[in-house]
Ligand binder design. Structure first.
Ligand code: PGA
Length: 243
């Protein structure tokens, strides 16, 4: 199975969404799961537009808490009630701008798995960390801290996304050799901590129609998390076709 999942980030307008979602409906194929993670206000629109299609939808965040006095938060049970299939956790933009720690990420994963939503758990090193030769250390820390707190069973229900921070939104994708090495490393970390399920590992960071085939052909790459290119129906369709 290959996964092609769009991350709209904080983008979208009602009419453009409607056009895009009409195309997304048609993209799933046998062996290719397609989904979109949309801003909260558009979840209802996505659900309605994708009803009867195999395409899935989800959120881009979730509260680490349950119901209660947490102003501004949306908790996992609400997402489940809405029919969300996924929620993204640990995206580098949330780590960078909202101080999301591995402990918070672990708690979010636990909340999602408890209600049957698939977490799309993002990990990845910064450019400085890669240049310092520390990417393996960084990925190991990100994986181990979450597994320690959330437990191997929760982690076994995730889709993992390896997203090198320097490749996100920059137009500079990681080279296939780097993706292969990183995915193999993450796979070995998951084995080492005792995750027995096959956790799909997606690649994210400047995936577009022109590089999707090469990236998705990398051994150990189970698909992609697509940011900017998921906002264009033609690009996203071409990426899904490459899968
Ligand atoms: P990008 O974003 O495809 O625009 O680089 C990927 C992501 O942030 O998930």
């Amino acid at each position: 199975m290959k996964y092609v999942i769009g991350n709209w980030k904080s983008n979208g307008r009602w009419e453009e969404n409607a056009r895009l979602l009409t195309r997304v409906r048609e993209l799933p194929r046998p062996g290719v799961e397609v989904g979109v993670c949309v801003p909260f206000p558009y979840l209802a629109q996505a659900r309605e537009a994708l009803v009867g299609s195999a395409a899935r939808f989800g959120a881009q965040n979730v509260s680490p808490f349950g119901a209660g006095a947490y102003t501004g938060e949306v908790h996992a049970e609400m997402l489940r009630e809405f029919g969300c299939h996924y929620a993204i956790v640990g995206h580098s933009e949330r780590r960078q701008y909202f101080g999301e720690s591995d402990a918070v990420i672990a708690d979010k994963i636990g909340r999602l798995v408890a209600v049957g939503i698939t977490p799309i758990w993002c990990i990845g090193e910064t450019l400085a960390e890669r240049q310092a030769g520390k990417w393996q250390e960084v990925l190991a820390r990100q994986v181990r801290e979450v597994v320690e707190r959330a437990g191997v069973d929760s982690v076994g229900h995730c889709l993992l996304a390896y997203e090198p921070v320097w490749a996100i939104g920059t137009g500079i994708n990681a080279e296939p050799e780097d993706v292969e090495a990183a995915h193999a490393w993450v796979r070995s970390l998951l084995r080492e901590v005792g995750v027995r399920e096959h956790v799909p590992i997606l690649y994210g960071g400047s995936v577009k129609s022109g590089n999707a085939h090469a990236l998705f052909s990398v051994p150990g790459c189970d698909g992609g998390l697509i940011g900017g290119a998921s906002l264009s129906a033609d690009e996203f369709a071409a990426i899904a076709a490459a899968a």
